[in-house]
Each structure stands twice: as structure tokens, then as C-alpha cells.
Design a protein around this ligand. Structure first.
Ligand code: ADP
Ligand code: ADP
Ligand code: ZN
Length: 215
């Protein structure tokens, strides 16, 4: 199955993707996590990502697609994937559909996680992330261990430099201007189910399960 978890920054896409990897038996593909790993490696591609990411702006499509084509042509996601944070523009969605079509696949379900901007700001400014595995924590809703060591992998927990209120507002504007078109793209194909993203983590997971099973 190819599942797209869709929603604004801080909607809970990454958190929910990690909760579903095992039961769905397919990996999470997070372009944000991949781009941060590329930056950490010090590569030229990573430096080009940084120019945009540090400002809260979307990375240009051709750079994102270069990264994604590499991943999708590898064995890692041969049986499907949970897409998280990709596609983020209409051209990215069209390119993804074309790549999947070549593999005899398509996006089977888009779960659009709906959360208001005030909740987004509260979530993103309190977010803490593992540098190694991308596991998310929240200062109040899912507190990280006091020693700052990731419970999932032993990695270092930190605060992303773009998780400030100012940058979240910029990222939300980018979302409204460019990413919402992705929803229209998949709405036209009849695969979108919208869910309320506010509630306890397991409640939201249940809504996603129901959305996957529906229709
Ligand atoms: P996204 O991947 O959509 O940007 P994350 O999964 O990283 O969002 O979640 C953003 C922040 O909100 C994280 O700190 C996470 O712990 C927290 N969070 C996620 N889901 C919920 C929820 N249902 N209730 C409260 N906090 C949540
Ligand atoms: P969040 O889910 O909290 O918005 P991500 O980790 O998904 O954060 O993305 C962080 C940043 O990485 C984005 O603000 C953007 O600069 C870049 N990015 C990630 N995925 C994409 C994408 N598919 N297209 C363009 N830019 C992206
Ligand atoms: Zn970790």
C-alpha cells in the first residue's frame, strides 16, 4: 500500500507514521528527515537544502525529486510506503504519480490531518526531535526523557532551528500557498479522507486506521 499522511507542519504526520510502520509493514518516507540527514552529512546537496529550510521555505521541486527518485528506485520501499511531508506541491504530486505508475503502483489513500494554526504553533514550538531516528517528542504532550537520550534509538534529542513561532508562520504560509494544491490533486482522484488531528495520539491513530479501511 502507498499511503500519504498529509497536513500542515506540526499536524502529527511524523508521529503517526512511526506508530503505523510496524502494523502496515511499510517504511516511512519523510523528505524532511532525509533532508536533515543530507545536511548533517555535509554534502553539497545538503547545503542547498539548508538555504531554504532555515528560512521556512519549501525546497525547489527539482532538488526534492532528485532525492525521492533515488529512494523509490531502491528496494527499501518496494512494497509501498507511508509518505510524510511529500508531495508538497502539485508538480511533486504529478511526479510521484508518474514514478509510482512505472512501478505499477499509485497513492491508495491520502489521510488529511486537520489542525488549526494555534494548535500547530503550540505543537511545533514545543517539539523535540531525535537527531538519529526522527522520533518526535513534545515538552508537554509527550515529554522527552530528562537525560535527552532518545528512548527509541539512544540518539540525541534536540530542538530544530526552524521550530520557532516565526518560522512556523512562514511554513504555514508556504503550506497554504503551495501545498494545499496537493489535496485538490488527490481529491480529484477520490482517495482523500479528512480526519480531525486534535486528540490523544492513539485516538488519532484510530481515525487514521478507519480512514485507511474506508471506501
Ligand atoms: P509533523 O510531522 O506533521 O510536522 P509531528 O508528528 O512532528 O508533526 O508533530 C508535531 C509535534 O506535535 C510533536 O512535538 C508531537 O510530539 C506533537 N503531537 C503530535 N500529535 C499530537 C497530538 N495528537 N496531541 C498532542 N501533540 C501531538
Ligand atoms: P514539518 O513536517 O514540521 O513541516 P518537515 O521536516 O517535513 O517539517 O520539513 C522541514 C522543511 O524541509 C520544510 O520547511 C522544507 O524547507 C523542507 N521540505 C521537506 N519536505 C519537502 C518537500 N517535499 N518539498 C519541499 N521542501 C520540503
Ligand atoms: Zn532516536
Amino acid at each position: 500500500m502507498d499511503l500519504l499522511l498529509f497536513g500542515p507542519p506540526g499536524a502529527g504526520k511524523g508521529t503517526q507514521a512511526k506508530l503505523l510502520i510496524e502494523e502496515l509493514g511499510i517504511p516511512q518516507l519523510s523528505t524532511g528527515d532525509m533532508m536533515r540527514a543530507e545536511r548533517a552529512s555535509g554534502s553539497d546537496l545538503g547545503k542547498r537544502f539548508a538555504e531554504y529550510m532555515t528560512q521556512g521555505l519549501l525546497v525547489p521541486d527539482e532538488l526534492v525529486l532528485e532525492l525521492m527518485e533515488k529512494v523509490l528506485s531502491s528496494d527499501a520501499a518496494a512494497k509501498g510506503a507511508i509518505f510524510d511531508g511529500f508531495p508538497r506541491t502539485a508538480p511533486q504530486a504529478e511526479a510521484l504519480d508518474a514514478i509510482l505508475a512505472k512501478l505499477g503502483r499509485k497513492i491508495d489513500r491520502v489521510v488529511a490531518i486537520e489542525v488549526d494554526l494555534n494548535v500547530i504553533i503550540d505543537r511545533v514550538t514545543g517539539r523535540r526531535v531525535c537527531k538519529s531516528c526522527g522520533q518526535t517528542y513534545h515538552l508537554r504532550y509527550d515529554p522527552p526523557p530528562s537525560d535527552g537520550v532518545c528512548t527509541a534509538c539512544g540518539g540525541e534529542i534536540y530542538q530544530r532551528a526552524d521550530d520557532t513561532e516565526e518560522k512556523v508562520r512562514t511554513r504555514d504560509s508556504e503550506y497554504q500557498a503551495k501545498t494545499s494544491a496537493v489535496l485538490e490533486h488527490y481529491d480529484a482522484k477520490g482517495v482523500v479522507v479528512r480526519i480531525d488531528g486534535v486528540g490523544e495520539l492513539p485516538e488519532v491513530t484510530d481515525r487514521i486506521r478507519a480512514a485507511i479501511a474506508s471506501k
